[in-house]
Design a protein. Structure first.
Length: 534
């Protein structure tokens, strides 16, 4: 269920809508009456001046409540419920008084009665309410008009006998109240069911952030802490029980990771429908895929600083036996923490591999960042595969281009295994030879030719001489400009899984493949995700 504050805010919003509709309707009605009496002056009631004065005063009071109270400040639930009841009961009382004052216009009683019934139905549609409250307010709204129908035959004979005149009014009111109560009960029940569906434990889902092949990510808030949180939902229909069990163990391991550059896991569990979810730190920033797409290739010093942070997160994970297996720009979020800019957060640790594997030989990942051994022998992927991806990410940040491009994911997979990367300096990028050498070492085909560990890679990066193209002042200025710019929504395409005949495509590169230590045994599945996927 939503919190009391959310319920209060929603009720106030709906009362604002009701105020606008009532004000517009009453204004139109007054205009119609004024024109009617000008065209047909003989039907104008004797006390029409008093009726108009009451009508204008009532409409003015409605406008004051709307503009000075509802639209300007947050009101309490008690105040809002009072306004809700006041609108309906006040409308019924005003129309009852108008009907009595216009006793010489025989149709006035029933006209006012019908208008009041429409108000009862309007309130049921606009304002969230239980059926019981709608019945009580409906009765209170129609009661003054019922009294008016009892009195009016004594003021002037009507077309119907007194008992028939009164009973007809009661029937009309009763029907309107019954319809309003049914409408309120249905809409209120649906809203409660919707709120329950958007509730996971102590978390309330606000809106969808992105969607991937196995799950959907929502922005959420904790009921008590009220901190922004990201919730990832995994549908049981899209994964089997064994994969779900592996995922649960993986989340338990992830929750133990404490490195500042690793996204923090707050909680996990299953709801009553069997949907598994985990709650993690909400990152209000930009992923590295969007960073390059929107701002181009990045300065060398900034790239080095980001890679060092990524290595720190991977080093802790590798030390706990966890391998990311899908390091890519879209899985690295650049954000601010406090006044510190350029904080890199690595997300989706090990989840894609554990959850979305189709079989023992398959691997879900992004072709542009897959290490050769992840394609040739995914069962034996180790920490070195993550370091390969780090090198590919650094290459992408520095050059604005991926290490390998192809017309199809299969082409990229083949190049990862058989082709040598073009050095960044040959792509027209001014890069220090030492940095280029580190990136190319990460992209070595053999795992043993890459840096020994994420910590070792971080040490090599920190030892580089500064290029002087990025510092704290430039970072602060960049983030100030980023926060002022209109927010762009990144595309989040779903994960895709394809099966390709890799062996037939590497016939000409057989020697290079054997040199890399891998082999293909006919058809190998290669499950891939677009580089901007969740």
């Amino acid at each position: 269920m939503r919190t009391d504050d959310e319920a209060r805010a929603y009720l106030q919003t709906r009362l604002l809508v009701l105020s606008k509709v009532l004000f517009g309707s009453f204004t139109a009605w007054l205009g119609y009456i004024a024109v009617l009496y000008r065209v047909y002056p003989h039907v104008e009631p004797r006390h029409n001046g008093i009726i108009e004065l009451i009508a204008f005063a009532s409409t003015g009071m409605l406008a004051l409540i709307w503009r000075l109270a509802l639209a300007r400040r947050a009101l309490s639930i008690g105040q809002l419920r009072f306004i809700d009841a006041f609108y309906s009961i006040g409308t019924g009382t005003v129309f009852a008084g108008s009907a009595l004052l216009a006793y010489d216009l025989r149709s006035s009683g029933y006209v006012c009665l019908v208008v009041a019934c429409l108000i009862v139905l309007l309130r049921a549609v606009v304002v969230p309410s239980t059926g019981r409250r709608t019945v009580i307010i409906g009765i209170a709204t129609c009661l003054p008009l019922t009294i008016a129908t009892i009195v009016m035959p004594y003021l002037m004979p009507q077309d119907l006998p007194g008992p028939a005149y009164v009973s007809g009014g009661v029937v009309i009111c009763s029907g309107a109240i019954a319809l309003a109560a049914i409408s309120s009960q249905i809409s209120f029940g649906l809203r409660r069911k919707y709120a329950a569906a958007m509730q996971l434990g102590q978390y309330t889902l606000d809106g969808k952030i992105g969607e991937g092949g196995m799950g959907t990510v929502y922005r959420a808030r904790h009921a008590l802490l009220r901190r922004p949180t990201a919730i990832k939902l995994l549908q049981p229909s899209r994964i089997d029980a064994a994969a779900l069990d592996r995922f649960e163990r993986e989340v338990q391991h992830m929750s133990q990771l404490t490195h500042p550059n690793t996204v923090a896991i707050y909680d996990y569990g299953r709801n009553l429908d069997g949907v598994f979810y985990y709650a993690m730190e909400y990152l209000d920033g930009i992923d590295l895929e969007r960073l390059v797409a929107d701002h181009g290739a990045q300065p060398a010093d900034r790239v080095v600083a980001l890679l060092v942070q990524i290595c720190g997160a991977l080093h802790e994970a590798h030390g706990r036996g966890l391998i990311h297996r899908d390091v890519k720009p879209a899985n690295i979020i650049l954000c601010q923490r406090g006044d510190v800019g350029d904080v890199a957060k690595v997300v989706d640790f090990g989840l894609v591999y554990e959850i979305a594997r189709r079989d023992a030989a398959g691997l879900v990942g992004t072709p542009a960042y897959l290490a050769p051994e992840a394609i040739t022998d995914p069962e034996r992927v180790g920490p070195a595969a993550d370091l390969y991806a780090v090198g590919a990410v650094g290459y992408f940040l520095l050059t604005g281009r991926r290490v390998f491009d192809g017309k199809t994911p299969a082409d990229v997979c083949v190049q990862q295994v058989t082709a040598q990367p073009v050095p960044p300096s040959q792509r027209g990028v001014a890069v220090a030879p030492a940095l280029e050498a580190i990136l190319l070492a990460c992209l070595a085909k053999r795992p043993g030719d890459r840096p020994a560990s994420a910590a070792a890679l971080a040490r090599q990066l920190r030892a580089l001489a500064p290029a002087g193209d990025w510092d704290d002042d430039r970072a602060s200025a960049w983030w100030d400009e980023f926060r002022r710019a209109p927010e762009a929504t990144p595309s989040r395409p779903s994960l895709q899984t394809i099966t390709i005949d890799v062996g037939s495509r590497v016939a000409q590169g057989e020697a290079g493949l054997r040199a890399s230590g891998g082999s293909f045994g006919g058809r190998e599945p290669c499950s891939v995700a677009p580089s901007t996927g969740v």
